[in-house]
Ligand binder design. Structure first.
Ligand code: ZN
Length: 65
């Protein structure tokens, strides 16, 4: 059995924005943890909002010269 990912690892991956670039198996473990863990789900929601806001800003501004 694969060891479960812990809260520390989850927040590290989320804060590094790794959840979109890491292997599918790793992401599945992270998603599974988020389903079970309220605290990490909250953290994930915060980062989701942040990333969406950043993308929004990036879209409205001209690209850097
Ligand atoms: Zn957790």
């Amino acid at each position: 059995m694969t060891p479960n990912i812990d809260c520390k690892e989850v927040s590290r991956l989320l804060s590094a924005g790794m959840d979109n670039t890491m292997p599918v198996a790793e992401r599945a473990r992270l998603r599974h943890h988020l389903v079970l863990c309220d605290a990490c789900r909250n953290v994930n929601d915060q980062f989701d909002l942040l990333r969406r806001a950043i993308r929004q800003i990036g879209r409205n501004e001209p690209p850097p010269q």
